[in-house]
Design a protein around this ligand. Structure first.
Ligand code: 13P
Ligand code: SF4
Length: 398
């Protein structure tokens, strides 16, 4: 197995419990949980100087012209986002894929589940490329499809599945989007979770929400669901344990929460919010943060909401932000008339987003310019059909 060290930019303080590691070793030929193989990046790309990379990307893009579009999620590093034709949160990028049929190649600078959504929603002639196949999402990996199928079987045996609407967060494998689509459910993102839950409650008594317990709980609280109506399903327990709940818990439940989380957002604390307030800041956080953090903040919302909140605020505003550091640093740079800082003084980027390195971007774009498609994201047709149903339902819920 070939391994390589991805050159880092951000300094991650050593010795902290942080998912990110700017010098982590990424196996290039390891089979990922989403079932495909990483194609090896030619070694020459790893030796390129930043200036050379920029120039090579520029030349290859010129050659491809309008055949290529580059999409960038807000958490992408600055040296990637500079190449994005369009940036957004996961919802906006999915919408973009539906509305734009013109480009032949969509290079998606984000993580695997986002590129899968683009492949599902884009036109058949469009091809989606993820620069580094190892750019997954640790939260999405907490909902292994086999565990979800087993949980659903248990809910059926317990007699509660018929009153339960499965809702998956966008941060999940395409096969799980297909699973919910086939069972009448929908996808949601952090920007529309309350609308999707309202839609679900109009149809069923309860929701099975996965993989992020925090987004599920925070959304339930906003909709007036009490905490004792939101039991936690521990997917690590053996089959037959009802995920650590009881029959009574299940029957009473309105939102059954999968025990997944985002390690980046779980780091934020109420103490950090109090410290930010002492600096005169208003606080906005992502709803993947714990419930007490969301409750203590002034507002919460998707990455796009956070971008809008800061950019539309008056000059002189002070913002403490609870989300990924690449976005916070960009907001600070783009809003020099405001004070913008991350709530967490110990920088912790999303390590998987960080795997999209400029060397990978230049590799996949140059390959396209040479007529070769590398790292194409291709959701199998069976999954595509039902996953599209679940995504279309989300896009129709307004
Ligand atoms: P958004 O939907 O807000 O872009 O968030 C995606 C994500 O992965 C946050 O951790
Ligand atoms: Fe996944 Fe968290 Fe990274 Fe978002 S920030 S892509 S939820 S690991």
């Amino acid at each position: 197995m070939i391994t390589q060290t991805v050159p880092g930019q951000l300094t991650v303080l050593p010795g902290i419990a942080c998912e990110a590691d700017s010098t982590e070793t990424v196996p290039l030929t390891e089979e990922r949980s989403f079932g495909f193989w990483q194609q090896d990046i030619p070694q020459q790309y790893l030796a390129l100087e930043p200036r050379e990379i920029i120039e090579r990307i520029r030349i290859a893009r010129q050659k491809l012209g309008e055949r290529l579009i580059v999409l960038g999620h807000h958490y992408q590093r600055e040296d990637i986002i500079q190449f994005a034709d369009f940036k957004g949160d996961s919802f906006k990028l999915a919408q973009w894929a539906v509305e734009h049929e013109e480009s032949e190649f969509i290079v998606f600078c984000g993580v695997h589940f986002m590129a899968e959504a683009a492949d599902i929603l884009s036109a058949p002639h469009q091809r989606v490329v993820l620069p580094n196949m190892a750019a997954g999402c640790s939260m999405a990996d907490m909902a292994d499809p086999e565990d979800v199928y087993a949980a659903w079987d248990e809910l059926e045996e317990a007699g509660v599945a018929k009153d339960t609407m499965p809702i998956t967060y966008m941060n999940s494998a395409a096969s799980l989007k297909a699973f919910v689509g086939e069972r009448g459910g929908a996808v949601c993102t952090s920007s529309n979770a309350p609308k999707v839950l309202k839609w679900a409650f109009e149809r069923k008594k309860r929701v099975l929400f996965f993989p992020d317990q925090h987004l599920g709980r925070n959304t339930g609280i906003k909709m007036g669901v009490s905490l004792d109506e939101m039991p936690l399903w521990n997917y690590r327990l053996p089959f037959g344990s009802l995920g650590g709940t009881t029959q009574e818990d299940l029957e009473r439940s309105r939102v059954l929460l999968w025990q997944g989380h985002c390690s980046v957002h779980q780091r934020f604390t109420v103490d950090q919010i109090n410290e930010a307030r002492e600096r005169g800041a208003q606080v906005v956080v992502h709803p993947e943060c714990r419930a007490e953090v969301v409750e203590a903040a002034d507002s919460d919302g998707s990455t796009e909401f956070i971008v809008r909140s800061v950019s539309e605020s008056p000059p002189g505003s002070i913002w403490g932000i609870g989300t990924e550091i690449n976005l916070v640093s960009r907001l600070a740079k783009e809003n020099p008339d405001k004070t913008v800082f991350c709530l967490d003084p110990v920088v912790c980027p999303c390590s998987t987003m960080y795997r999209v390195h400029p060397a990978y971007l230049s590799w996949v774009i140059e390959a396209l310019a040479d007529g070769e498609v590398v790292n194409q994201i291709k959701v199998p047709d069976d999954d595509k059909r039902w996953a599209k149903v679940a995504l279309d339902r989300m896009l129709e819920i307004i």
